[in-house]
Design a protein around this ligand. Structure first.
Ligand code: TPP
Length: 569
């Protein structure tokens, strides 16, 4: 194919088109103007103008979470690029495939403190899988190809590409590479000699447990995981990001474990003699005090990222590779072991697990309670959206944990949240990206009054796009999760956590020309949820006034052993 002459900016846009990008999210500015000018001529790219670049980043994350494809966000130099930093860090912590594009000042100005100059590649280096400062316009096609290869392969993550303005203004010759060759980057590891050893441990275990993390979603290995879990017949526990990796309504599933996991899930993993960890990283929010974590358990750890193996918990059998290809091989190995030596009898183990499950269920104690409990709100919204193709996203705080505890996920990619970084303000932006990616789905946000106020200006974006997202604010007039810690561990000294009854979220919704609803009583709750779910043609904001002091239980205090929970009896 002959090389085509064009500007660097046109080359960036052409590369985005060739990568099959449909939606991208950002805001223009002086430095990135050449790219926006080229976007103006593109018939394939659909650009969403956000009101804050962080929102563009989270919207791109929402899009990526919901589809498994790469999300794309953009910002101009200086503040436009630094506004993207939180979203890039969020994507890094949660292994979300993201390409972030920024412009920078022209090459001769770099390092001179020029207007709107920021060393953004310096800033994003520790929070990206890889980043590029493109200094030659002819490098644009190769760099873009590499960015879109690096972001979704291996352990997915964000890649950042920064273009000095004179590089995108310059003429260049465009030829898009067909293949990528990045020395030292080999995400697929083929040889796995220890599958038999893993299968043998699984065959011999008397109290096995499968621990599913966000890697199942990142690796799109849902059916492979389902087959493996059903073959084992062992209890399955998940992390926050593991929700959706296996149906929570399935009898094998003990749902989420960790700091706010169910008691029965925590007791089970803590008491197991073998943990099969799939796409998981033994984060402190799930292990509790590391030295006391599952003391009798051997560990089979399968992950695509070798850096995660034995980082925190030593693997008895490490298995490095892509879940989607490697796990079926382990499944076959286990099947052979079962065929040769018989399937293990887990009935005594299950009796114990069932006793915990019966004795310590996750319960909502609404009876006799005058105020709406936040858990009740989650359960009612969940019940009323059953049978629909629903995706739920959240902010960060207590409401996020109640959503995690009570929103029972039955399908992959149904529960999307900011886990690793815990970014307040994630809900509305991610809902925008999810709804664009999945126009037919019912997109529900469970948000907090504090979190919602971090990015609410982008209601304007959702209104412009007529997105029928429904954001339910569990309004406790507090920065609730921090208040909870103050109540439990800081002698009830509520320093800077009460929020005022301001703004009026219903009026705010109206100011943004969308539907605003409020529920103060249980009677109002049902009708308000019905109205919200029926509403089409634009966003709907629901202010649910919940019992202010309600806390998330059970809770493993930070640094305590996993079975040392308070509350939730
Ligand atoms: C950007 C950001 N700033 C601060 C925090 C610390 N933080 C964690 S939860 C929380 C309170 C969240 O309040 P709200 O959104 O109202 O939810 P609630 O806990 O009340 O359900 C805060 C301040 C955070 N996670 N993210």
């Amino acid at each position: 194919m002959a090389k085509e002459k064009m500007t660097g900016a046109q080359a960036v846009v052409r590369a985005l088109e060739m990568e099959g990008v449909d939606w991208l999210f950002g805001m223009p500015g002086g430095t990135i103007l050449p790219i926006y000018d080229a976007i103006f001529s593109s018939e394939k790219l659909k650009h969403v103008l956000v009101r804050h670049e962080q929102v563009g980043g989270h919207a791109a994350e929402g899009y990526a979470h919901a589809t498994g494809k790469v999300g794309v966000c953009m910002g101009t130099s200086g503040p436009g690029s630094t506004n993207l930093v939180t979203a890039i860090a969020d994507a890094y912590m949660d292994s979300v495939p993201l390409v972030a594009i920024t412009a920078n000042v022209s090459r001769p100005l770099i390092g001179t403190d020029a207007f709107q100059e920021a060393d953004i590649t310096g800033i994003t280096m520790p929070i990206t899988k890889h980043n590029f400062l493109v200094t030659d316009p002819n490098d644009i096609p190769r760099t873009m190809k590499e960015a879109f290869y690096l972001a979704p392969t291996g352990r997915p993550g964000p890649v950042h590409v920064d273009f000095p303005k004179d590089v995108i203004q310059a003429d260049m010759e465009f030829e898009y590479p067909e293949t990528v060759h990045i020395p030292g980057y080999m995400p697929a590891i083929k040889e796995q000699p220890r599958l038999a050893e893993a299968a043998s441990l699984i065959r011999s275990a008397q109290r096995p447990c499968v621990y599913l993390g966000g890697g199942v979603r990142a690796g799109s290995a849902f059916s492979e995981v389902f087959e493996f879990c059903e073959l084992l017949g062992a209890p399955v526990v998940t992390t926050l990001h593991g929700k959706g990796a296996f149906p929570e309504t399935h009898p094998l599933c003990l749902r989420m474990f960790g700091m706010h996991g169910s008691r029965y899930a925590n007791y089970t993993i803590q008491d197991s003699d073998l943990i099969v960890a799939l796409g998981a990283r033994f984060d402190d929010r799930v292990t509790g005090k590391l030295s006391t974590f599952a003391p009798e358990a051997k560990i089979v750890h399968l992950d695509v990222d070798p850096a995660e193996i034995s980082k925190l918990v030593t693997a008895t059998v490490p298995l490095v590779g892509d879940l989607k290809t490697l796990l079926p091989r382990l499944t076959e190995e286990v099947r052979s072991a079962f065929a040769a030596r018989g399937k293990p009898d887990l009935s005594a183990w299950w009796r114990r697990v069932e006793e915990w499950r019966q004795r310590h269920p996750l319960r909502v104690k609404q009876d006799g309670e005058k105020y709406i409990l936040p858990q009740t709100a989650v359960v009612r919204i969940w019940e009323k959206s059953q049978g629909k193709d629903t995706v739920v996203t959240t902010g960060v705080g207590e409401h996020q944990m109640w959503a995690a505890q009570f929103w029972q996920v039955s399908r992959p990619r149904e529960f999307i949240t900011s886990g690793g970084l815990g970014t307040m303000g994630f809900c509305l932006p991610s809902a925008i990206g999810i709804q664009l990616a999945r126009p037919e789905s019912l997109v529900i946000g469970i948000d907090g009054d504090g979190s919602f106020q971090m990015t609410l200006q982008d209601l304007a974006t959702a209104v412009d796009l007529h997105l029928p997202i429904k954001i339910f604010i569990l309004n406790n007039l507090f920065l609730g999760m921090v208040r909870q810690w103050q109540e439990l561990f800081y002698d009830r000294r509520f320093s800077e956590t009460p929020l005022s009854d301001c703004p009026d979220f219903v009026k705010l919704a109206e100011a943004y020309r969308c539907l605003g609803l409020r529920a103060r009583t249980l009677e109002e709750l049902d009708s308000v949820i019905d109205q919200a779910l029926a509403h089409q043609g634009g966003p709907c904001i629901v202010d649910i006034r919940v019992k202010r002091q309600e806390k998330v239980y059970p809770m493993v205090p930070a640094g305590a052993p996993l079975n040392d929970m308070i509350g939730g009896e």
